[in-house]
Design a protein around this ligand. Structure first.
Ligand SMILES: CC(C)(COP(=O)(O)OP(=O)(O)OC[C@H]1O[C@@H](n2cnc3c(N)ncnc32)[C@H](O)[C@@H]1OP(=O)(O)O)[C@@H](O)C(=O)NCCC(=O)NCCS
Length: 316
């Protein structure tokens, strides 16, 4: 397809270096290297070259959109046949406002429509999203571009970070742990003996994406072994009621079953995990995605907001 002087075409293997350079010039707050590109894009089971559309002129790349539809189900989550995702896009700073972005999006949305998709989301695609949505501070042009094309913001997740230097479990959390002990609730490191109950617990309570994430960390922990992983379970009367995971500085996810919420179990998991992270030598903790409600809990542990996203949606 030719748009004025531009050609839109699918990704080819030889584009890798030029595409990464373009990606890093456009997605300035979400730069990647070849290893990330290969593992999170090329080796994603849902990757199709036709979904990674390139805008080319005179043999050089000026724009791209990475779009996905499920080719394989995420465990039992199904193929989600009415949804398409866009996880990254950009037009070279010197070639903006020339209609390249619009041409790329028209082509991608046309492909989604031909594939029977009814709605498109930027960019909560599991497992290989890069950021939850458009970073409203880093990429104001993208917000303007999308709003002009009829996209709307459907949620506003935030990313937070905490400095762990000098982090201590406060006295009130120590008292909370003691109180929970009297209710037969404790927080402790995961053991292999937990796995038969833990894995179905995670899948049933929190869904297949959290299962996949836990499986990845636990495979490292119980496989070749890792001192970079913290994995805690909360137990009440011998039953698992919650868990928490972290790898290096990246915290989460963590969760407590709905029936056991509101009693401080999540708070205890969070503080114990942060304390273990510091003891492993990690000086900060961060995560990419939470809502405003959980943000209050995180703030108690010293987290502050570092990024604000807009999950964008467009119905076809
Ligand atoms: C968002 C982006 C891809 C737009 O690409 P582009 O090729 O400049 O977009 P187009 O020229 O096709 O713009 C189409 C319409 O969108 C709107 N638009 C685009 N950029 C805009 C801006 N900076 N301010 C206001 N409106 C804008 C306009 O309505 C424009 O039409 P017009 O030029 O006729 O007024 C580009 O700004 C970019 O690469 N930004 C950085 C990367 C990024 O933020 N990616 C998303 C991260 S999740």
């Amino acid at each position: 397809m030719t748009m004025n002087q531009f050609v839109l075409r699918p990704y080819r293997g030889a584009d890798e270096g030029a595409l990464i350079t373009l990606w890093n010039a456009t997605l300035t707050h979400d730069r990647i290297n070849a290893a990330t590109f290969r593992t999170k894009v090329l080796l994603d089971p849902n990757f199709q070259p036709a979904g990674l559309l390139m805008a080319e002129a005179d043999g050089a790349l000026f724009g791209f959109v990475l779009s996905l539809t499920r080719q394989t189900p995420l465990f039992l989550q199904g193929l989600e046949p009415d949804v398409g995702w866009i996880t990254a896009f950009g037009v070279h700073p010197e070639r903006r406002r020339q209609g390249i972005g619009r041409a790329l999006f028209d082509a991608v949305l046309g492909r989604f429509a031909a594939l029977g998709r009814q709605r498109v989301l930027i960019s909560p695609y599991t497992p290989n999203y890069f950021i939850p949505g458009v970073d409203v501070t880093a990429y104001p042009e993208a917000i303007a571009f999308l709003e002009a094309a009829g996209w709307r913001s459907v949620s506003q997740p935030i990313s937070m970070q905490a400095d762990l230097i000098g982090f201590c479990i406060p006295q009130e959390i120590v008292a909370l742990a003691e109180r929970l002990t009297t209710e037969d609730i404790c927080v402790r490191g995961v053991q292999a003996a937990d796995l038969p109950a833990l894995m179905p617990f995670i899948a049933q309570t929190f869904g297949w994406d959290w299962y996949r994430f836990a499986q990845e960390y636990l495979s490292e922990l119980f496989g070749r072994g890792s001192d970079e992983i913290c994995f805690l379970v909360a137990e009440q009367g011998g039953q698992i009621v919650g868990y928490c995971q972290a790898r290096r500085e990246r915290f989460g996810p963590f969760g407590v079953i709905p029936e056991a919420r509101g009693r401080g179990i999540g708070r205890l998991l969070l503080f114990v995990c942060l304390s273990e992270m510091l003891a492993k030598g990690f000086h900060c903790a961060w995560f990419l995605w939470t809502g405003q409600d959980a943000a209050r809990l995180y703030a108690l542990a010293g987290f502050r907001q570092v990024r604000q996203f807009a999950v964008m949606r467009r119905d076809l």
